[in-house]
Design a protein around this ligand. Structure first.
Ligand code: FMN
Length: 190
Protein backbone atom coordinates (compact mmCIF):
# COMPACT_ATOMS: atom_id res chain seq x y z
CA UNK A 1 0.00 0.00 0.00
CA UNK A 2 2.84 2.40 0.79
CA UNK A 3 4.21 1.81 -2.70
CA UNK A 4 0.74 2.41 -4.21
CA UNK A 5 0.44 5.66 -2.24
CA UNK A 6 3.80 6.81 -3.52
CA UNK A 7 3.09 5.91 -7.15
CA UNK A 8 -0.55 6.92 -7.45
CA UNK A 9 -2.50 8.22 -4.45
CA UNK A 10 0.10 10.84 -3.52
CA UNK A 11 1.72 11.04 -6.97
CA UNK A 12 1.10 14.52 -8.37
CA UNK A 13 1.94 16.56 -11.46
CA UNK A 14 4.57 18.87 -10.03
CA UNK A 15 5.03 22.49 -11.07
CA UNK A 16 8.22 23.34 -9.19
CA UNK A 17 11.33 21.34 -8.42
CA UNK A 18 14.42 21.60 -6.29
CA UNK A 19 17.64 21.85 -8.28
CA UNK A 20 18.99 18.52 -6.98
CA UNK A 21 20.89 17.07 -9.98
CA UNK A 22 19.83 13.77 -11.59
CA UNK A 23 22.67 11.24 -12.13
CA UNK A 24 22.99 10.00 -15.71
CA UNK A 25 22.85 6.39 -14.46
CA UNK A 26 19.30 7.05 -13.22
CA UNK A 27 18.29 8.26 -16.69
CA UNK A 28 19.52 4.98 -18.18
CA UNK A 29 17.63 3.00 -15.53
CA UNK A 30 14.49 5.05 -16.24
CA UNK A 31 14.67 4.07 -19.90
CA UNK A 32 15.44 0.38 -19.29
CA UNK A 33 12.27 0.08 -17.17
CA UNK A 34 10.06 2.26 -19.39
CA UNK A 35 11.03 0.10 -22.38
CA UNK A 36 9.20 -2.84 -20.76
CA UNK A 37 5.78 -1.18 -21.28
CA UNK A 38 3.31 -3.19 -23.39
CA UNK A 39 2.73 -1.88 -26.94
CA UNK A 40 0.89 -3.22 -30.00
CA UNK A 41 3.16 -5.65 -31.90
CA UNK A 42 5.88 -4.64 -29.39
CA UNK A 43 6.22 -1.58 -31.63
CA UNK A 44 7.83 0.61 -28.93
CA UNK A 45 7.49 3.89 -30.92
CA UNK A 46 8.50 6.21 -28.05
CA UNK A 47 11.72 8.16 -28.60
CA UNK A 48 13.15 10.37 -25.88
CA UNK A 49 15.57 13.29 -25.88
CA UNK A 50 16.80 13.85 -22.34
CA UNK A 51 17.66 17.45 -21.53
CA UNK A 52 20.25 17.13 -18.77
CA UNK A 53 22.67 20.06 -19.07
CA UNK A 54 21.90 23.59 -17.80
CA UNK A 55 22.29 24.75 -21.40
CA UNK A 56 19.68 22.28 -22.71
CA UNK A 57 17.24 23.24 -19.93
CA UNK A 58 17.67 26.93 -20.74
CA UNK A 59 16.84 26.27 -24.41
CA UNK A 60 13.84 24.23 -23.34
CA UNK A 61 12.50 27.08 -21.18
CA UNK A 62 12.57 29.31 -24.28
CA UNK A 63 10.30 26.84 -26.10
CA UNK A 64 7.70 26.87 -23.28
CA UNK A 65 4.41 28.78 -23.53
CA UNK A 66 3.73 31.54 -20.95
CA UNK A 67 3.85 30.50 -17.32
CA UNK A 68 5.23 27.09 -18.29
CA UNK A 69 8.63 28.75 -18.85
CA UNK A 70 9.04 29.50 -15.12
CA UNK A 71 8.13 25.91 -14.32
CA UNK A 72 10.73 24.55 -16.74
CA UNK A 73 13.43 26.73 -15.17
CA UNK A 74 13.11 25.05 -11.78
CA UNK A 75 13.55 21.48 -13.12
CA UNK A 76 17.03 19.90 -13.11
CA UNK A 77 16.23 17.69 -16.14
CA UNK A 78 13.52 16.89 -18.65
CA UNK A 79 12.48 14.29 -21.16
CA UNK A 80 11.18 15.37 -24.55
CA UNK A 81 8.86 12.54 -25.51
CA UNK A 82 8.32 11.84 -29.19
CA UNK A 83 7.20 9.03 -31.44
CA UNK A 84 8.96 7.49 -34.39
CA UNK A 85 6.76 7.33 -37.49
CA UNK A 86 9.06 4.64 -38.90
CA UNK A 87 8.74 2.50 -35.79
CA UNK A 88 8.12 -0.54 -37.99
CA UNK A 89 11.75 -0.41 -39.22
CA UNK A 90 12.66 -1.93 -35.83
CA UNK A 91 10.34 -4.93 -36.20
CA UNK A 92 13.21 -7.12 -37.44
CA UNK A 93 14.54 -6.93 -33.88
CA UNK A 94 11.43 -6.18 -31.81
CA UNK A 95 8.99 -8.55 -33.52
CA UNK A 96 11.02 -11.09 -35.54
CA UNK A 97 7.97 -13.35 -35.83
CA UNK A 98 6.29 -10.81 -38.14
CA UNK A 99 6.63 -11.04 -41.90
CA UNK A 100 9.09 -8.58 -43.42
CA UNK A 101 8.64 -5.93 -44.67
CA UNK A 102 5.74 -5.40 -42.23
CA UNK A 103 2.33 -4.32 -43.55
CA UNK A 104 2.64 -1.07 -41.58
CA UNK A 105 5.05 0.28 -44.19
CA UNK A 106 2.19 0.52 -46.71
CA UNK A 107 -0.48 1.86 -44.32
CA UNK A 108 -1.89 5.38 -44.91
CA UNK A 109 0.15 7.94 -42.92
CA UNK A 110 -2.81 8.75 -40.57
CA UNK A 111 -3.06 5.12 -39.55
CA UNK A 112 0.68 4.88 -38.90
CA UNK A 113 0.58 8.09 -36.85
CA UNK A 114 -2.44 6.90 -34.84
CA UNK A 115 -0.63 3.70 -33.92
CA UNK A 116 2.59 5.55 -33.07
CA UNK A 117 0.81 8.14 -30.90
CA UNK A 118 -1.37 5.62 -29.07
CA UNK A 119 1.49 3.32 -28.18
CA UNK A 120 3.97 6.09 -27.37
CA UNK A 121 1.43 7.55 -24.95
CA UNK A 122 1.11 4.18 -23.20
CA UNK A 123 4.90 4.23 -22.87
CA UNK A 124 4.69 7.84 -21.62
CA UNK A 125 2.35 6.74 -18.83
CA UNK A 126 4.82 4.01 -17.89
CA UNK A 127 7.60 6.58 -18.01
CA UNK A 128 5.86 8.72 -15.37
CA UNK A 129 5.13 5.79 -13.08
CA UNK A 130 8.67 4.44 -13.49
CA UNK A 131 10.16 7.84 -12.67
CA UNK A 132 8.03 7.99 -9.52
CA UNK A 133 9.09 4.49 -8.52
CA UNK A 134 12.74 5.59 -8.86
CA UNK A 135 12.03 8.46 -6.46
CA UNK A 136 11.64 11.21 -9.07
CA UNK A 137 8.64 13.51 -9.22
CA UNK A 138 7.21 14.41 -12.63
CA UNK A 139 5.64 17.47 -14.20
CA UNK A 140 4.06 16.47 -17.52
CA UNK A 141 3.66 19.46 -19.83
CA UNK A 142 2.08 19.84 -23.25
CA UNK A 143 2.57 23.61 -23.47
CA UNK A 144 5.78 23.67 -25.49
CA UNK A 145 6.20 25.03 -29.00
CA UNK A 146 7.24 22.28 -31.42
CA UNK A 147 9.31 24.26 -33.91
CA UNK A 148 11.90 25.55 -31.41
CA UNK A 149 12.08 22.07 -29.92
CA UNK A 150 12.85 20.55 -33.31
CA UNK A 151 15.36 23.30 -34.08
CA UNK A 152 17.21 22.83 -30.81
CA UNK A 153 17.02 19.10 -30.28
CA UNK A 154 16.70 17.79 -33.85
CA UNK A 155 13.88 15.88 -35.47
CA UNK A 156 12.47 13.33 -33.07
CA UNK A 157 9.48 12.18 -35.15
CA UNK A 158 6.12 13.62 -34.10
CA UNK A 159 5.98 15.12 -30.64
CA UNK A 160 3.74 13.43 -28.13
CA UNK A 161 2.10 15.21 -25.31
CA UNK A 162 3.41 15.53 -22.67
CA UNK A 163 7.03 16.37 -22.34
CA UNK A 164 8.07 15.53 -18.85
CA UNK A 165 10.09 17.52 -16.36
CA UNK A 166 11.31 15.76 -13.38
CA UNK A 167 13.38 15.90 -10.27
CA UNK A 168 12.49 16.40 -6.62
CA UNK A 169 9.08 18.14 -6.66
CA UNK A 170 8.21 21.01 -4.30
CA UNK A 171 5.02 19.77 -2.64
CA UNK A 172 4.24 23.20 -1.15
CA UNK A 173 3.88 24.64 -4.69
CA UNK A 174 1.02 22.26 -5.57
CA UNK A 175 -2.66 23.22 -5.78
CA UNK A 176 -5.07 20.86 -4.03
CA UNK A 177 -5.75 17.77 -6.14
CA UNK A 178 -8.60 18.34 -8.66
CA UNK A 179 -11.56 15.91 -8.55
CA UNK A 180 -11.70 12.91 -10.89
CA UNK A 181 -14.72 11.38 -12.64
CA UNK A 182 -16.67 8.98 -10.44
CA UNK A 183 -17.02 5.34 -11.42
CA UNK A 184 -20.60 6.01 -12.57
CA UNK A 185 -19.51 8.87 -14.81
CA UNK A 186 -16.63 7.07 -16.47
CA UNK A 187 -17.31 3.34 -16.28
CA UNK A 188 -19.87 0.62 -16.89
CA UNK A 189 -19.79 -3.03 -15.93
CA UNK A 190 -21.73 -5.12 -18.45
C1 FMN B 1 -0.73 15.63 -21.70
C2 FMN B 1 -0.54 16.55 -20.54
C3 FMN B 1 -0.27 17.89 -20.78
C4 FMN B 1 -0.10 18.77 -19.69
N1 FMN B 1 0.27 20.07 -19.95
C5 FMN B 1 0.53 20.90 -18.89
C6 FMN B 1 1.03 22.22 -19.12
O1 FMN B 1 1.26 22.64 -20.26
N2 FMN B 1 1.25 23.01 -18.03
C7 FMN B 1 1.04 22.57 -16.75
O2 FMN B 1 1.27 23.31 -15.80
N3 FMN B 1 0.57 21.30 -16.50
C8 FMN B 1 0.34 20.47 -17.54
N4 FMN B 1 -0.11 19.17 -17.31
C9 FMN B 1 -0.37 18.73 -15.93
C10 FMN B 1 -1.89 18.54 -15.69
O3 FMN B 1 -2.51 19.77 -15.51
C11 FMN B 1 -2.05 17.61 -14.47
O4 FMN B 1 -1.54 16.34 -14.82
C12 FMN B 1 -3.53 17.44 -14.05
O5 FMN B 1 -4.09 18.66 -13.67
C13 FMN B 1 -3.64 16.46 -12.87
O6 FMN B 1 -2.85 16.91 -11.79
P1 FMN B 1 -2.38 15.89 -10.65
O7 FMN B 1 -1.59 14.80 -11.36
O8 FMN B 1 -1.48 16.70 -9.73
O9 FMN B 1 -3.59 15.38 -9.99
C14 FMN B 1 -0.26 18.29 -18.37
C15 FMN B 1 -0.52 16.92 -18.14
C16 FMN B 1 -0.64 16.06 -19.20
C17 FMN B 1 -0.87 14.58 -18.91
Amino acid sequence: MTELNHLITDGRSHKEFSHTPIPESLIHQLWELTALAPTANNSCPLRVVFAHSADAMEHLAKAAHGYNADRVKTAPAAAILAYDLKFYDQFKVLAPHMSQPPAHASWPPERVERMALMNANIQAGFFILTARSLGLDCGPMGGLRRMPLHRIFGQTGGLTSPSCFWGAGQADALYPRAPRPSFDTACRIV
